[in-house]
Ligand binder design. Structure first.
Ligand code: G
Ligand code: G
Ligand code: MN
Ligand code: NA
Length: 254
């Protein structure tokens, strides 16, 4: 299959790059963390977004290899930012279900922590409800192991899955990321507003930080601040940007 072969080639030839998008502490306006988002810098076709290759990579088993490149790359970037005096910078990596199906996933993370010497809590992992529910036993065990290493864990796209509240209580997570579909029309859509208020309230009662994704304008931000969301992420603050741009942003906002 052509795309699969191309992806393998891309991995071997260093064509993948990570862009970073900040998460903003709404109390202070400071950047608290960055989300690493993969792009494919194709020599002919230019920058290709993950929606065009992540699924194929996952289905062909290559995403595991790609994640084994992403984790050390992000850890080294965190160390570099920390060494540049930009504070206790942390960054998040998106992980899919297949990552936990290999025995070596824990080794990959441990080796990256050891190599870079970054504080484990500087590395955050984002898992969707779908990832967790695809193999709850295994993923829950893996999450506990990651938590024991000291990493931060987030549930990504929260609200789009079907995890029950009793289940949520059992998950060793630190943060809920409210899916951007609920934020889009927040001031006018009563149903979305109700969902977001409910997630903020769950976060409070379960001592989980809540972050709103997909914040694109000042009125969404004002609504979220009024309702007590702790963090936000979205184009309003910054699009995902290349490392050099992120470093410049951190100099202003860390
Ligand atoms: O910016 P954006 O187009 O980058 O991301 C689109 C989708 O691809 C999102 O659902 C995001 O979680 C996913 N994605 C981006 N980077 C990665 C990655 O490194 N690993 C995995 N598994 N998914 C990613
Ligand atoms: O699924 P996940 O949450 O990991 O991926 C986030 C996706 O949302 C990425 O594709 C990222 O580029 C995109 N994104 C981030 N901020 C915004 C935003 O404010 N608006 C929109 N439409 N997309 C965003
Ligand atoms: Mn994410
Ligand atoms: Na998300």
């Amino acid at each position: 299959f052509a795309l699969e072969a191309e992806l393998r080639h891309a991995l071997e030839h260093g064509e993948f790059v990570l862009h970073y998008q900040p998460k903003v502490d709404l109390a202070t306006g400071h950047f608290t963390s960055m989300e690493a988002l993969i792009r494919w810098q194709h020599p002919q076709r230019g920058l290709i977004m993950p929606e065009h290759f992540i699924q194929i990579a996952e289905e062909s088993g290559l995403l595991h290899q790609i994640s084994k490149w992403i984790i050390p790359t992000v850890c080294r970037q965190i160390r570099q930012w920390q060494q540049q005096g930009l504070g206790q910078v942390s960054a998040a990596v998106n992980l899919s279900a297949s990552f936990f199906q290999h025995r070596d996933f824990e080794e990959t993370i441990e080796a990256s922590l050891l190599e870079t010497g970054i504080p484990p809590e500087s590395l955050e992992l984002e898992l969707t409800e779908a990832t967790i529910m695809s193999d709850p036993q295994r993923v829950l065990g893996s999450m506990a192991a990651m938590k024991a290493l000291g990493l931060q864990l987030s549930i990504d796209d929260f609200g789009t899955g079907y995890s029950s509240l009793s289940y949520l209580k059992k998950l060793p997570v630190d943060k809920l990321k409210i899916d951007q579909s609920f934020i889009r029309n927040i001031a006018r859509d009563n149903d979305n507003a109700a969902v977001v208020r409910a997630v903020i309230s769950i976060g409070r009662s379960m001592q989980l930080r809540v972050i709103a994704e997909g914040v694109e304008n000042a009125s969404q931000l004002a609504w979220l601040q009024a309702e007590g969301s702790e963090e936000a992420q979205g184009y309003y603050f910054s699009r995902p940007v290349p490392v050099q741009k992120m470093t410049a942003l951190l100099r202003e906002k860390a």
